[in-house]
Structure formats: structure tokens, C-alpha cells
Design a protein around this ligand. Structure first.
Ligand SMILES: Cc1cc2nc3c(=O)[nH]c(=O)nc-3n(C[C@H](O)[C@H](O)[C@H](O)COP(=O)(O)O)c2cc1C
Length: 295
């Protein structure tokens, strides 16, 4: 059976070791994202591979996201003066060299012993935004220190937890460590159910270590509502960014409640399966909020 790049890992069983060909990282000259997508997971333990590649349910939304990327067509215009180029822009007052940042990914030590510090080192030549997961395997204070002498801007991701004082403490720690934004993930009122038992498998095996929160105590608040954004607004001066909204209506409510921005995202299809791919959600959300602010 010949499998295309996005198919491979969908067909490999949860307990099946698999080494795709041409993936010797020293010998092969890996260049494209597709090549890393195909070869990267083979470097991980089975548990970690299942966690990083996990998606919810039948993986429908996960696949829709990938298809949406393949569908993007760039229509170039010619004979414009491109001798001087800049992809630089700014987001919430922060200057960046290009309009791509790093979304929060938990437990990065599973992929590399240096975990989130390796990510900081990898992107430190660039002026961009890195969002640190509250489920990181590195103390947020250490990430803050590592980023201090680089041009990286850090934002701290978290949830609204059942225990509101935990949420407050985490925000205060992020403020003290130089983080410049608070990202609240809104699409996880309950744990997603990942293929191959994803994160649960890791927690059961004890191989995952969250350094900033205590996973035995911690619960997402299933009762969180837009009003809670107004509460968050009252306890921090940092901009609040709401991650995981999929419609203009929700985006508008978030901004009216006190958010400074939203991240249109379906969590990579890892939370609720069956929803639209990112292309549809972007289309439904774009343009909503400028109207809200000006009206
Ligand atoms: C292994 C893994 C761990 C993730 N951990 C988190 C997390 O801790 N918090 C969070 O909000 N999102 C988490 N995500 C979701 C990503 O931040 C992001 O939403 C997803 O990769 C899809 O990208 P997009 O949001 O740009 O569409 C994780 C994704 C992966 C693949």
C-alpha cells in the first residue's frame, strides 16, 4: 500500500512501532513541513507519538484542517517592485518579524529532554510570539528567564480552572516572569477524548510531568462563561486573548466582555470532533470585531 504523507500515521496502530523510510535525520535532507510530519513521529516513544498525533473521535475535524491547508491557493501578482520585502507586522502592540507565532503545545519534554527551553532556543533568532502551555513540562519562570535576552515575546496560555485562585496565581506568576499576554483556551470545558487514549495514557503511565500546575488537583471549569472574561479583565492589565472560538458571534461576545483578541482555532481537532475545518471558521469570524469596536 502506498500512503500519502497525511495518511501514514492514521493507519498505524496505537501499539505499532513504525519507522518510515528515508527518515535518518542526520543523513536525509529534510526540508518541507510534510517531510517533518512524516518523519518526526518516528523519533518519539509510542506513548508520546500517540499524544502528539492524537485527535478527537473519528479525526474528522483534524482531517478537515489538513485538507483546508492543501486547498489554500496563492495567486501571485507580477512586476511589482519586490526588491525590499518585509513580513513584519505588529500584534497587540508587539512588533514581530513575520505573522506566524507558536501555539501552545503541552509537555514538550516528551519530544526532547530540553522541552520548552529547546523551543525557546530554536526560535530565539526571530522576533515572534511563543505561547507557553499551562501544561508545560518546564517552569514558566525558567521559560521567562530563557527568553529574556532574546527577541521572543511570551504569552501564557491557561484555562479557567475550577479553582479560580489557581487561575489568579498563574496569571500573577506569568506577569512577574515578563509574559506579555494571557491566552485563555475556551474550547476545553472538558478533556478531549483523543485517539489511542492520548494524554490519559501519558498521565496513567506517569511519563508526563506538568511543572506549573498540579494535574491531580486541577479541573477545567465546565461552568465558565463570557462573564468570566470580564472577571479576568479586572485582575490583570495584560491583554487577554481568547483561543478556540469559531464564529463571529462568539468573537464579538468575547471582545465585548473584555478580550483584546481572539485566536480562531478548533484545537487542531483534538477537542470536539465533527466541527468545521479552520478555513470555514476563519471565514465566519473575520471582520466581526472591527464593527463591534467601532459601533
Ligand atoms: C501535542 C499538542 C498539545 C497541545 N497542547 C495544547 C495546550 O496545552 N493548550 C492549548 O490551548 N492548545 C494545545 N494544543 C492545540 C494547539 O495549540 C493548536 O490549537 C493546534 O495545534 C491547532 O493549531 P491552530 O489552533 O493554529 O489551528 C496542543 C496541540 C498539540 C498537537
Amino acid at each position: 500500500m502506498v500512503l500519502s504523507r497525511e495518511d501514514i500515521w492514521n493507519y498505524i496502530g496505537c501499539n505499532e512501532e513504525f519507522e518510515p523510510s528515508g527518515c535518518d535525520f542526520k543523513e536525509s535532507d529534510l526540508v518541507t513541513l510534510d517531510e517533518y510530519d512524516r518523519c518526526g513521529p518516528a523519533k518519539l516513544s509510542l506513548l508520546a507519538r500517540n499524544y502528539f498525533l492524537g485527535a478527537a473521535g473519528r479525526r474528522t475535524t483534524y482531517k478537515r484542517n489538513k485538507d483546508a491547508f492543501d486547498e489554500i491557493k496563492i495567486f501571485p501578482r507580477m512586476l511589482r517592485d519586490v526588491s525590499k520585502n518585509s513580513l513584519g507586522t505588529s500584534t497587540l502592540g508587539l512588533k514581530v518579524d513575520f505573522p506566524i507565532g507558536l501555539s501552545p503545545v503541552a509537555l514538550q519534554e516528551l519530544a526532547h529532554p530540553d522541552g520548552e527551553l529547546a523551543t525557546v532556543a530554536g526560535i530565539s533568532p526571530f522576533r515572534t510570539i511563543m505561547i507557553l502551555s499551562s501544561f508545560a513540562s518546564t517552569l514558566l519562570e525558567d521559560v521567562g528567564k530563557a527568553a529574556q535576552n532574546s527577541s521572543i515575546h511570551l504569552w501564557m496560555q491557561m484555562y479557567i480552572f475550577n479553582n479560580r485562585s489557581w487561575t489568579t496565581t498563574l496569571i500573577q506568576r506569568a506577569e512577574l516572569s515578563g509574559f506579555k499576554g494571557i491566552v485563555i483556551t475556551a474550547d476545553a470545558p472538558v478533556d478531549g477524548s483523543l485517539t489511542c487514549n492520548g494524554r490519559n495514557g501519558l498521565l496513567e503511565s506517569g511519563s508526563a510531568d506538568m511543572k506549573n500546575v498540579d494535574p491531580t488537583q486541577l479541573k477545567f471549569s465546565a461552568s465558565a462563561v463570557f462573564r468570566d472574561i470580564t472577571w479576568l479583565r479586572s485582575i490583570t492589565k495584560l491583554p487577554i486573548i481568547i483561543k478556540g472560538l469559531l464564529s463571529g458571534a462568539d468573537a464579538t461576545r468575547a471582545i465585548l466582555a473584555g478580550a483584546s483578541a481572539i485566536l480562531v482555532s478548533n484545537h487542531g481537532g483534538r477537542q470536539l470532533d465533527g466541527g468545521p475545518g479552520n478555513d470555514r471558521s476563519l471565514a465566519r469570524s473575520s471582520g466581526c470585531c472591527e464593527q463591534t469596536i467601532s459601533s
